[in-house]
Design a protein around this ligand. Structure first.
Ligand SMILES: *[C@@H]1O[C@H](CO)[C@@H](O)[C@H](O)[C@H]1NC(C)=O
Ligand SMILES: *[C@@H]1O[C@H](CO)[C@@H](O)[C@H](O)[C@H]1NC(C)=O
Length: 204
């Protein structure tokens, strides 16, 4: 489907060059194709941000369980990506995920009630993720009880609310912008840290 989309874009580009006087249908088709590409690249980038936060939660929990030295506040700030940004590459932090969310929301049609419901859920629940990560950045590195409490809150919120809502949003945004009828192109799975028994699957 990816190559189909690329071929469709190439075709549109060449026909726009060949036919400067387009029919009224063509600009609409072109806009849908470009939104499909924007949605899919946004989702792929957001997946990296989510996995980075999963990795932090896994590593922090392992360090607590095995009583291994770990700089929880510093690692949390890397994962959050707002302080001394050191998350992998140019993207990959929780704060980047917030940007992905804003971008995807802007691409979501207003009449998509399921997608808008997922976005509304994320509007109210993402601040709790940022807030709990921030709490770890501000904790004393040896205050394991408060660090563990913030990790538990993060897992509770992400596994049960945030990640399932993201799965729903990704699914809806993909089918909204699909420029051919039928099964949507592949949508990346939303994975959680080891502490998540399962992340809810997207439903229509
Ligand atoms: C939203 O509106 C567009 C344009 O009128 C339409 O093609 C689409 O099917 C609608 N989507 C839903 C979920 O109603
Ligand atoms: C941490 O997450 C919980 C939900 O699990 C939420 O109620 C709480 O407000 C969050 N804390 C901060 C500081 O955002």
């Amino acid at each position: 489907m990816r190559s189909t989309t690329a071929a469709a874009l190439a075709l549109l580009a060449s026909s726009a060059l060949a036919l400067p006087t387009t029919t009224s249908n063509q600009p609409v088709t072109k806009r849908q194709s470009s939104n499909a590409a924007a949605v899919s690249s946004n989702i792929a980038a957001w997946q990296v941000d989510i996995e980075n936060v999963n990795g932090f939660l896994d590593n922090a929990q392992n360090a607590i369980n095995t009583n291994t030295g770990y700089n929880y506040p510093q690692e949390a700030s890397f994962s959050l990506g707002t302080v001394g940004k050191s998350c992998p590459g140019p993207n990959g932090c929780a704060s980047d995920g917030e940007t992905r969310f804003a971008n995807l929301k802007a691409l979501l049609p207003s009449n998509d009630t399921h997608g808008q419901a997922a976005a509304a859920q994320l509007d109210i629940s993402i601040p709790g993720v940022i807030g709990n990560l921030t709490a770890i950045t501000q904790a004393s590195p040896t205050d394991i009880p408060s660090i563990q409490a913030a990790i538990n809150s993060l897992n509770d919120l992400r596994c049960n609310v945030v990640l399932p809502a993201i799965a729903q949003l990704w699914y809806q945004a993909t089918i909204d912008t699909e420029d051919t009828a039928g099964t949507p192109s592949s949508i990346p799975a939303v994975s959680g840290p080891s502490a998540c028994a399962a992340v809810g699957t997207a439903t229509l």
